[in-house]
Ligand binder design. Structure first.
Ligand SMILES: Cc1cc2nc3c(=O)[nH]c(=O)nc-3n(C[C@H](O)[C@H](O)[C@H](O)COP(=O)(O)O)c2cc1C
Length: 397
């Protein structure tokens, strides 16, 4: 069985799946449930000097729940059932939850004391200014916490150094700045600046935005914020997050914690291969419930076993090693090919082909039609391969 333990700034995690700041870690009780689900480590909801003035409504799923193609085996006596257990928001999720609505006093007097023997590393998320840090961090000294993450969501980029130095001057503890993708071209610069100022790891990314979505019949926005603006998270931001992880991991020598759009073990592995040492999950933990954390960790384990890797170490930054340093893979002269046994004749490939290179043809003895690929016309654009529901097509170079 592959070893999926990981280590960041001297902290040992039994698996690389951490909570990311959000509702699943809104208070001690919720945090304990995440630990029971098998999460590798906890990052709390962001704590600040004042409770957040959170507007109503403040969370919306942008599409109706969709079943993930994921089945779990449930045993009942001698019988075995396969049940669909997980749902995800393919169009994403918007929120305007800001930071914690609980007071600093409540975290210090009630919530954090309940997390003393948590059993997994505890990272406290804090925000926002150096002045806030001077008030919050001294109060954290009495707790056995493993690291401090700070959110850069509502601050100007220039004060990251100040914040790191302020925290470090109060407490000798690993500090993880969490970067927001407001200006994606700034991410690498911010990460480098943070590393130079003593950060121990970089967390990337926070939710993306501001974005807007509203009901076309009532013209009511889904968020109660000004103009209905909110922050996008979930599957649509995964490619943005993976690119951020890839860019940052190549630019700094400290570990990266990849956050954004993770709902399966495969998503987590993509982040890790792009250079992350661990991952954070928020939206999936809201939609599916806290069992999502343990499920994703288990899927990472199963997938690594299936792929023949013996540890997480082996896949950390694998994509960087193979691609990032300019190693060329062949990308010219390809053609789409069909695995006949997998084809169901759904015609999707024919419909999406922009080069009219695919036509459906009859085959002796088989009821459905098959795509026939015209080698002259196929431009190897890759679209049919990516959209085929049964993975019946591949590109050959
Ligand atoms: C409802 C909600 C509340 C969030 N609150 C916080 C927060 O308090 N502090 C923070 O740094 N990030 C917060 N986030 C951002 C998440 O931690 C995470 O960075 C982002 O949602 C992307 O990950 P995901 O796609 O797994 O949700 C919040 C996200 C959501 C959806």
């Amino acid at each position: 069985m592959a070893d999926i333990g990981t280590r960041i700034a001297g902290i040992e995690f039994k698996n690389p799946v951490l909570t990311a700041a959000g509702p699943p870690v809104r208070d001690a009780q919720s945090i304990i449930k995440c630990v029971e689900s098998g999460v590798g480590g906890i990052v709390t909801k962001t704590i600040s000097t004042k409770p957040a003035p959170v507007p109503r409504p403040n969370m919306a799923a942008l599409n109706r729940a969709r079943i993930l193609q994921m089945y779990n085996t449930v045993k009942n006596g001698n019988q075995q059932f396969y049940v669909k257990t997980a749902y995800r928001m393919d169009q994403g999720f918007i929120n305007t939850e800001l930071w914690t609505e609980l007071s600093l006093e409540q975290w210090i007097d009630k919530e954090l004391p309940m997390l003393k023997d948590l059993g997994v590393p505890l990272i406290v998320s804090v925000g926002y200014t150096p002045e806030d840090m001077k008030k919050i961090v001294p109060l954290l000294r009495e707790f056995n916490i493993d690291a401090i993450e700070f959110s850069t969501h509502y601050i100007t980029p220039g004060i990251i150094t100040d914040i790191i130095k302020t925290i470090k001057s109060i407490m000798d503890i690993p500090v993880f700045p969490k970067l927001s993708p407001h200006h994606t071209d700034l991410l690498v610069e911010q990460a480098k600046e943070a590393e130079k100022s003593g950060a121990d790891a970089i967390v990337a990314i926070n939710s993306f935005g501001p974005t807007l979505s509203f009901d076309i019949y009532t013209r009511r926005p889904y968020m109660g914020s000004e103009f209905g603006f909110g922050w996008l998270s979930g599957p649509p931001i995964k490619p943005l997050a993976v690119r951020a992880v890839f860019d940052i991991a190549r630019a700094v020598n400290i570990p990266v914690i990849g956050v954004g759009g993770i709902s399966t073990g495969k998503d987590a592995i993509e982040h890790i291969m792009a250079g992350a040492s661990a991952v954070g999950v928020c939206t999936q933990g809201i939609i599916e419930g806290k069992k999502a954390f343990g499920r994703i960790a288990q899927e990472i384990q199963d997938e690594l076993d299936k792929m023949g890797f013996s540890s997480l170490e082996e896949i950390k930054g694998l994509y960087i090693k193979e691609m990032g340093m300019g190693q060329k893979i062949k990308t010219e002269g390809g053609i789409a090919k069909l695995i006949e046994q997998k084809c169901t004749g759904c015609k999707l490939c024919e419909r999406v082909c922009q080069y009219e290179a695919i036509s459906m043809v009859k085959k002796e003895g088989i009821r459905h039609l098959f795509p026939e690929i015209n080698e002259e016309k196929c431009a190897a654009c890759g679209l049919c391969v990516s959209i085929c529901p049964t993975e019946a097509l591949y590109l050959e170079f």
